[in-house]
Design a protein around this ligand. Structure first.
Ligand SMILES: NC(=O)c1ccc[n+]([C@@H]2O[C@H](COP(=O)([O-])OP(=O)(O)OC[C@H]3O[C@@H](n4cnc5c(N)ncnc54)[C@H](OP(=O)(O)O)[C@@H]3O)[C@@H](O)[C@H]2O)c1
Length: 250
């Protein structure tokens, strides 16, 4: 039976380090501020913003998706200064990640996936990683970060043929499709690590991930739950990156 990765514990460890750095900045009279622009009423975004507020004490620059219909996400992202782009929304930030320039900020969710893998001591170099989803905010940056760690990366999407067969080749699966229960027993090879980024509304009013947890547990070595997996780590990483931006600017 696979290990359930405790995202809340990882988030708490990151938050402790962030608090120490905030203390160091406070001694120099610097208070990091995170500004959030939320242009639409969306339940998923509202949940994320509430968790940021809880973790930060107060949320003061990120632009929270989804954007209103007709708004160009790349143009909005490009309006955020790269040095303050702590959620990696500016296309230039993604370019910096692709080019391997360490000053660039990845979207917090993608960075959270890597943070979980590092803290769980999952080997990456030479490992086969399959990322299900190719969005600019999750799938692509996650694939780039895994590639930078020398994983052999395959990116899947809605037109991928035989998703299960591709996933079965993976040592690491990152599910980021936003399709509840998409990843089941037939997708997971024995010993694979499964990171579930997906969030979909559940019938009981809660949320479910892309991974059918009960189905994959017999084969997987470790799996992140939803809730309690990638979500809290994303919030912690966002604040970590905010403090990193403040330190770089000071
Ligand atoms: N935990 C967190 O902190 C966090 C943060 C952000 C997002 N999320 C969640 O992560 C999920 C993905 O978010 P997103 O913004 O990347 O979503 P998105 O923009 O809708 O992208 C979804 C991706 O999944 C692919 N896809 C959809 N159905 C598929 C299928 N049946 N088989 C294979 N690929 C499929 C799509 O392929 P095409 O490109 O071909 O359409 C697309 O590339 C959502 O559930 C979202 O709520 C979680």
């Amino acid at each position: 039976m696979s290990r359930i990765i405790d995202g809340r514990a990882i988030a708490a460890a990151i938050a402790q380090q962030t608090a120490q750095r905030v203390g160091q900045l406070a001694e120099r009279g610097i208070t990091p501020v995170l500004a959030v622009v939320a242009p639409t009423r969306d339940e998923g975004a509202a949940w994320y913003l509430r968790s940021i507020e809880r973790a930060a004490g107060k949320a003061g620059i990120i632009c929270q998706a989804p954007l209103p219909a007709g708004v160009d996400a790349a143009a909005v992202g490009a309006s955020i200064a790269v040095a303050k782009d702590v959620d990696g929304a500016n296309p230039t930030s993604l370019g910096l990640i692709a080019a391997g320039v360490p000053t660039g900020f990845a979207p917090a969710t993608a960075a959270a996936v890597l943070e979980i893998l590092h803290r769980e001591q999952v080997p990456l170099s030479g490992q086969r990683a399959v990322v299900v989803g190719r969005s600019v905010v999750v799938g692509k940056p996650t694939a780039l970060l895994l590639l930078a760690e020398h994983a052999t990366v395959t990116v899947c999407h809605s037109r991928t043929r035989d998703l299960a067969a591709v996933c079965r080749e993976a040592d690491i699966i990152v599910a980021a499709a936003g399709r509840a229960g998409l990843i089941g027993a037939s997708h997971v090879a024995p010993g694979a690590v499964v990171i579930d980024v997906g969030i979909s509304p559940a019938a009981d009013g809660g949320m479910v991930g892309d991974v059918d947890l009960a189905a994959v547990r017999p084969a997987a070595a470790a799996v992140t739950p939803v809730p309690g997996g990638v979500g809290p780590v994303t919030t912690a990483v966002l604040l970590q990156q905010t403090v990193r931006a403040a330190l770089a600017a000071s």
